[in-house]
Design a protein around this ligand. Sequence first.
Ligand code: 1HE
Length: 268
Amino acid sequence: MSAHDLVADFGELPPTLRAERRGAIAVITLARQDKRNALNDQIVRGLETFFSALPDSIRAVVLCGDGDHFSAGLDLSELAERDVAAGIEHSRSWHQAFDRIEFGPVPVIAVLHGAVVGGGLELAAAAHVRVAERSAFYALPEASRGIYVGGGGSVRLPPLIGTARVMDMMLTGRTLSAEEGQAIGLTQYLVDVGNGLEKGLELAHRIAGNAPFTNFAVTQLLPRIARSDPSTGFITESLAAAIAQGDEEAKARLRAFLEKRGPKVGRS
Ligand code: 1HE
């Protein structure tokens, strides 16, 4: 497959995004390191295009950034001239793009390093699993810029780390270290500098090996069940469990285990 085919597979992307395929995994990289991967309209639209047109053969995505920082958040140079109506439209365009990540067809693993701030943190929060390198740091500096999160942070961050912590980060502008982020559940894996992509790919390959319906249920149903009232949650869970076990893929995997061919659960 030529480099052209690789690009064509993922639709028309701007030069500030780079997409590659590694078997069933797609790696999408923020490629604007001269501006610390600040998210301008072009990148946000490109992310929406990428996540809206994933080939069926892609089973998981790794999202990462070039250079020393994952992302410096909103491109502040685009903000100055916007009026209120344009501001709403702009925020909604981020919601639409990040919804394609959270509610897209496959699990997404974000690999974080350096600055993961403002809109960069909102982008990371739209992924399903987060890996941090020890260089990562997190902040919501919106208040110091006189603005407010607009990329879904008010919705996605409180369930991850708690409303009180989000309030604290926004009001005081404090920075959390990679270790603090890991301790409060913002990230699920913490690795040494330079090892993030390898860990992200390892996880992506493992996740890509799951039955597709299970991945769908985990990424699409679990967050909705968690937000619903318990009686709706229980019945939705039963439906998901029944659909999953009725699938031929599940039956084959269960048979494999019972015939001593399936994997055992190992110690970590
Ligand atoms: C930028 C941006 C940006 C860097 N928009 N251009 N985000 C922030 O408030 C974070 C602002 N950025 C920083 O605090 C720092 O740049 C970093 C800590 C991320 C990195 O520092 P450093 O020393 O490596 O880089 P630098 O020298 O500050 O920046 C390098 C270049 O990137 C420089 O441009 P140059 O033309 O002078 O070389 C910077 O201007 C440019 N740059 N960050 C535009 N953010 C949907 S609502 C979301 C709301 C938010 O995200 S608010 C948070 C915004």
